[in-house]
Design a protein around this ligand. Sequence first.
Ligand SMILES: *Cc1c(COP(=O)(O)O)cnc(C)c1O
Length: 423
Amino acid sequence: MPSKSAAYFERAAKVLPGGVNSPVRACKSVGCEPVFIERAAGSRMWTVDGLELIDYVMSWGPMLLGHADGSVREAAVAALDKGASFGAPCPDEVELAELIRSIMPSMEMVRMVSSGTEATMSAVRLARGYTKRDKVLKFEGCYHGHSDGFLVSAGSGVATLCIPGTPGVPDAIAAQTLLAPYNDLAAVEARFAAHGADIACVIIEPVAGNVGLIPPARGFLEGLREICTKYGALLIFDEVITGFRVALGGAQARFGVTPDLTTLGKIIGGGFPVGCYGGRREIMEHIAPCGPVYQAGTLSGNPVAMAAGLATLKGLMQSDYAALEARTKVFAEDMAELLRAKGQPVTLNHLASMFTLFFTDTPVTDYEAAKTANSATYGEFYRQMRGFGVNLAPSGFECAFTSFAHTDADLRKTLDAVRQVRL
Ligand SMILES: *Cc1c(COP(=O)(O)O)cnc(C)c1O
C-alpha cells in the first residue's frame, strides 16, 4: 500500500506543477518525495500518515514561537470572527506598524504587503523612484523573493554583466542588476567605481540565509553603509528572515548598522501571508498616496494577519533570545561533532536560532564556498533523519531554525537520531 503522502503527491503532480506550490518543497534536491502535513503544534508536525516530526524548518522561519502558538491562534480567531477582510483601514494595522517602529526605530513609516517578495520588489521600486536611478546591487546567493530583477546570476565571469538566472526574465531587466560576492567590500567598491551614479540601492540579507547560513564578516555591513552614503544610494536590509530572529530588533539591532529601508516578512505574519517594507519618513513619503511611487494591495494589512503578527511580536518581546541562542549553539556544535565522528567534513555556521551544517572542510563565507558542500551527502542525511522523525530543510543550502517551543528533550532526541545515521 502506498503511503497517504505518496497518494497525495501523485494527485498533486496532476494539478500543481511538480506537485507543489513552492519548488523546494518537492524535495528534489534531497532525492525523495515530500511528506504531506496534517497538523503542527509547538516543535512538532504530524504527517498524513501519522509520522511525528521534530521540525527545524518551522515554515521557513515564521514560527519562531512554535507551531499553533496559543496566543497567536486566539488573536487570529478573534479577528476572523469579526470578518476576514475589509478592504478598508483597520485598527490592528496601525498597532502593528507602531509596534514595528518601536522595535526597529529605522522603520519610521511602514507599508504592509502580503509576502516577502512583494516587500523587496516594492522597496526597490521606491529606491529607484526616490533616487531616480535604475541599477540595483545584490549579492551572489542572496534571495530576495522571485521578482524579475532579483533572479540573476553572473554571466560567464563578467560579474558586472548580468544574465537572467531563469527563462522569463528579460535581459534588459537582468542588466539593471549588479552582483558582488557576499562579504567582499572591494567588489562593492569596484561596482560603485564603475556605476556609482546609476546605483539606486544595495539590497542585502544582513545575515545570508538562503545559501545556508552565512554571517556578515566583521566590518562588512558597516562598509556597505559607508559606501551607500558616499554615493547617495539607499541601503536596503532584507530582514525577511533575520527580522525578530537574530535579535528582537533584527540584524540592524544586532550589528548596529542602520539601513535606509528594511523589508520584513515571515515572522511578522505569525504564519499568515504578510510582508512589510519601511524606513525613513522622508523616503517612505514617496509612496502613493503620499507621493508618486505606486504600490497597492487588495489584502494588504489584512485584519487576521495583522492580529496574528501583533500577537507574535508581543510573544517574542517576552522571550529569552540569549537563552535560545546559547542552546542552539551547543546543539548545533554537538550535531557537527557527531557527523565529524562519522568521518564527514563539516563546517558549522551558527547565529542566534539559525544554523547550517555544510558537508565541506571549506570555511563558508560566500556563495562560492557554500557550493563546495556535498549535496548528495546532505540528501542522505536528510532522508535518514526524516525516517527517524526529524524534519530538516529539504536542501543543503538552507538554514535549520530552532524556536522557543523546542525543548531540551527535542534537541536530545534529535541528537539521538543523528547518532543512528549512517553516512
Ligand atoms: C523568504 C524570503 C523572501 C521572500 O519572501 P516570500 O514571503 O517567500 O515571498 C525574501 N527575502 C528573504 C531574505 C527571504 O528569506
